[in-house]
Design a protein around this ligand. Structure first.
Ligand SMILES: [Zn+2]
Length: 196
């Protein structure tokens, strides 16, 4: 039987390879699931704007909002669409470009040691049930390959600069499904075992 992973690629995810990545620093343990929200244009779901942005194929002139992010070269490892479709852009063994200046548990540069997961959505809006389901499964799959010690929002690691996934993301619901508890130090969730 084939395993769930093909190197750093999750077999069940649809692949949409992004050129926006580089190597993680040698010997870095991948310890964190970092959750974002995104939609392009903001609040419009179902289109291909995010996939185009992450693959440097977005037409900057196609929408006024795109002018404000013109030239941006970013990526995440995964995106979970509203219907639960899972898309992967970057191998989890590589460093995707999603967190920017950030700190978690006193360790700066979250891109070095995290998996970036975008939820198709908008800060302040809620997320759909399939997204929680897929997110829980994804974190479980990640833990079969990486020593994940926590899950946080971009808002937790870049406080004052970023606000996603925002108040519409239900951390209690996510934690309950995952069997994880609140992490007072990191602002997100951590496995129960880590609290002992
Ligand atoms: Zn973000």
């Amino acid at each position: 039987m084939k395993g769930r992973w093909d190197g750093g690629w999750l077999r069940r995810a649809r692949r949409c390879p992004s050129p926006n990545f580089n190597e993680r620093p040698a010997g870095t343990a991948v310890r964190l699931a970092l959750i974002h929200s995104i939609s392009l244009p903001p609040g419009q779901y179902g289109g291909d704007g995010v996939e185009r942005l992450f693959t440097n194929r977005l037409d900057w002139d196609a929408h006024p909002y795109f002018q404000t992010i013109r030239g941006l070269e970013v990526s995440a490892h995964f995106m979970v669409r509203r219907d639960g479709e899972l898309v992967q852009f970057v191998s989890c063994d590589a460093r995707a470009w999603h967190a920017g200046a950030s700190v978690w548990h006193d360790q700066p540069g979250c891109n070095d040691y995290s998996i970036g997961i975008e939820l198709e959505g908008l800060e302040g809006e809620t997320f759909d049930a399939p997204q929680y389901e897929v997110l829980v499964g994804l974190v479980s799959d990640l833990r079969t390959r990486y020593p994940i010690e926590g899950a946080v929002g971009h808002e937790h690691v870049a406080a004052g600069r970023k606000r996603d996934p925002g108040p519409g993301f239900d951390w209690a619901r996510f934690g309950a499904r995952l069997g994880w508890i609140e992490d007072p130090a990191g602002g997100g969730l951590m496995p129960r075992s880590a609290a002992l």
